[in-house]
Design a protein around this ligand. Structure first.
Ligand code: UGA
Length: 450
């Protein structure tokens, strides 16, 4: 396994669970140190247990150099990042580096399996970089989600393998045979396309339901019942229809941009996909408008009066979704950035983030992602991260729930009411019961529900 990150480690864990032996190469020395000491450098349910099992049974090992991981293996999985370039295209530097490093060390007759999400045609690029007749390169995109990655790898909906060499494709499929998942064997370009299309389709579903939630707000309908009415239609289903503050994470934003870029380069006009991205960006503004409107209504301010400057807003949830400590492309950070831009101060809490001991006391991962998103560092002066949910709410003018952590569902509403200066509650994940919140004295605003 080349790369022991969010894809490599869960894939390694799944292969170990399925009875295989795995050696992971990790180039980041700090990450490698954690792994060699028996730790797990990412937050992923079930991962520590499987990794410990692998260690105990001697079927899982970690090394620093890609070359030394591959010299006696039948399959080499490439699980390296393919980050977004400024023009939206995928940066293949890590993939090419990995191919260069492993090329001379691969065992004759072994198969290189690309799991990284790559532009259509990249399997060929790996093949050309390795440049060996005795090695086959196949595409095997991953569909696992952060937070449930181990389960997703052990119980996949399907396995997709793209290769010219059908025998190599069958051998890769056989590695996962005991999962019982259907196997789709195709050519490499089609497998690479499937990966992008799967993610962009899911993003489309989410932008669609977020827009429908906006429509429900406008016409006074309840999006939760709309989803019920839709979901029972088996052609539509219930999955991936929860409205929220927009979609984020390390995959959807990068992959929607990359596919748009790929389509453009190929001369194909794809306005639908552009609209999916635009709708997602509008969702951030919609959530901030809900906050401004609710506060304005509560304080009986004129529509023209600025409502956020000088106020303190509490935020619960900063990760891009629950079940992960990942802040990459988090919609919550986008919302927070806009609130800070409007002149308010934000006190945030997230169960996976702890304030840093030193000044400026913000978690390192947050400051890093803030920079990556291109938000001005000066805004961070008005952001604090609390170590407890209640501490973030003391004296705040409103609470905004941005990530669907379970513990937020169980909040003691009267205690929350007492802590906040104003009883304004914006539930951007529709986690709470509006009736109970209103009975506790809140001005409750959800997404697409009365
Ligand atoms: C996504 C895909 O779901 C995986 O199949 C894919 O393998 C992965 O990208 C990848 O390409 O590596 P992930 O990024 O972990 O997985 O996150 P998702 O669970 O898909 O959530 C993405 C975003 O959509 C999050 O911001 C989440 O909060 C949001 N979301 C999801 C909703 O707002 N509502 C929903 O109903 C579902």
């Amino acid at each position: 396994m080349i790369g022991a990150g969010h894809v490599g480690l869960p894939t390694a864990a799944a292969l170990v669970s399925l009875g295989h032996r795995v050696c992971c190469a990790e180039s980041d020395p700090e990450r490698l140190r954690v792994l060699e000491e028996g730790g797990v450098p990412i937050f992923e349910e079930g991962l520590p247990e499987v990794i410990r099992q692998g260690w105990r049974e001697g079927r899982l090992s970690f090394v620093g150099s890609a070359g030394s991981a591959v010299d006696d293996v039948d399959f080499t999985f490439l699980c390296v990042p393919t980050p977004e370039r400024p023009d939206g295209s995928a940066d293949l530097t890590y993939l090419e580096q990995a191919a260069v490093q492993i090329g001379p060390h691969l065992r004759s007759g072994s198969v290189v399996v690309n799991k990284s999400t790559v532009p259509i045609g990249s399997t060929r690029l790996v093949e050309q970089t390795i440049a060996r007749q005795d090695i086959t390169v196949v595409s095997n995109p991953e569909f696992l989600r952060e937070g449930t990655a181990v389960q997703d790898s052990l119980r996949p909906d399907r396995i997709v393998v793209g290769a010219d060499d059908q025998d190599a494709a069958a051998r890769v499929g056989a590695l996962f045979a005991s999962t019982g998942a259907p196997l789709v064997v195709t050519d490499a370009a089609t497998a690479e396309t499937i990966k992008y299309v799967a993610n962009t389709f899911l993003a489309t579903k989410l932008s669609f339901i977020n827009a429908v939630a906006g429509l429900c707000d406008a016409v006074g309908a309840d999006v939760r019942d709309v989803i019920l009415g839709l979901g029972y239609d088996r052609r539509i289903g219930f999955d991936f229809l929860r409205p929220g503050p927009g979609w984020g994470g390390s995959c959807f934003p990068k992959d929607t941009h990359a596919l748009l870029h790929i389509a453009k380069e190929a001369g194909f006009d794809f306005p639908l996909l552009q609209s999916v991205i635009d709708t997602n960006e509008a969702q951030t503004r919609r959530i901030v408008s809900k906050l401004e409107q609710a506060l304005r209504d509560h304080l009986r301010l004129e529509a023209t009066e600025p409502v956020l400057p000088g106020r303190s807003v509490a935020v619960w949830g900063l990760t891009f979704k629950a079940g992960t400590d990942d802040l990459r492309e988090s919609p919550a950070l986008r919302v927070v950035s806009q609130i800070l831009e409007s002149g308010a101060e934000v006190r945030a809490f997230d169960p996976t983030l702890r304030p840093h001991q030193s000044v400026p006391a913000l978690p390192v991962s947050l400051v890093r992602e803030w920079g990556a998103l291109g938000f001005p560092a000066s805004r961070l002066e008005r952001l604090t991260v609390a170590s407890e949910a209640t501490a973030a709410t003391e004296g705040a003018s409103a609470l905004l729930v941005l990530t669907e952590w379970d513990e937020f569902r169980r909040v003691d509403l009267p205690a929350l009411r007492a802590a906040l200066a104003e009883p304004v509650l914006i539930d951007a994940r529709n986690l709470l019961d509006p009736g109970a919140a209103r009975a506790a004295g809140f001005r409750y605003v959800g997404v697409g529900r009365p």
